[in-house]
Design a protein around this ligand. Sequence first.
Ligand SMILES: [Fe+2]
Ligand SMILES: [Fe+2]
Length: 376
Amino acid sequence: MNAQTPLHTADATDAEESLKLQQAQATTFDSEAATAVAMQNTLLTPRFYTTDFDEMDAINVEPVRDEWDPLIAEMQADPNKGHFRKTADWDHVDWDGMEPELKKEFIDFLISSCTAEFSGCVLYKEMKRRGSNHEITTLFQLMARDEARHAGFINDALREAGIAVNLGFLTQKKKYTYFQPKFIYYATYLSEKIGYARYITIFRHLEAHPEKRFHPIFKWFEEWCNDEFRHGEAFAMLMKTDPKLTSGINVLWIKFFLTAVFSTMYVRDHQRPAFHEALGVDTDWYGQEVFRKTSDISKQIFPITLDIDHPRWMPSLKRLQRASADMAAADRKSGLAKLVGKASAGTRAALAFVSLYTIPAKRNAVPAVTRLQPAY
Ligand SMILES: [Fe+2]
Ligand SMILES: [Fe+2]
């Protein structure tokens, strides 16, 4: 903790500082409402992860030193310090006048985004705490700093709607999923890069259609997604230190994570039709656009990309989405109808996923130089 504690999470220079501020806001605000929201199912969608921190601590970054040092220097220069706070650009939000379905979906979007940001923060902070490898702890401290700010900013937006996500409560109550380090690399690399692609696609769309910007938070997405882009770069570097991670049998794991991350995004986005309609975004177009950008970027380190133009791709995604909706509907029934409904939907979802996974992947030659700059 620094001698002088900043007054806003945007100025916090480490995750602990930022979380302490957010905790104070959550408890002085309305902990009952916060707790109720924290208990909702939507919050459980993004997971919290734990891993073998000793194995990660043993990474030697020497093989990627040339690209590593400039990345760390860029993050230490802290281009987004002070950015994640409300300014004069933060237009008034008419929460009471917002169409109820849109309000519900948008709040769900904010809570799930906040949870995802906080999930990254928790994992990165823990790595920094447990590690003794200077290169690794430096990187993870910088990334935890960014994610804590992101979560803090979303909490600012939610507070205006009368909601505060109680991060201390989440840390204690939320389940942690164990992933071995290589799965953390694939999953986290992809979630950072797809996060970049999602935010920049919405940002560019709203630049062209400002009348569709129904909330000011979207104005912050450009600098925001540049943070996520840098985090993704760091995971590309970590994978590059060990060529085994992106070759042989592991290519099948990479394909699995690509398929899982893309199809999860597709299903979740289709659960928010009013949100996408308000933005003026066709959900299928948006999905394909984000998959295309993410695929292009991931060629920096992954030797394959998914064939998202394959004739089986979109129909299988749609089948998966329908099966997932039927699963939720069956869950609201009782007795035999529930049992049969869930079994049938579960089988259809599994078959749709297999259909997606078995589409032949496209091979690409991975470049000698990995680092990329955000270019969309
Ligand atoms: Fe983030
Ligand atoms: Fe991130």
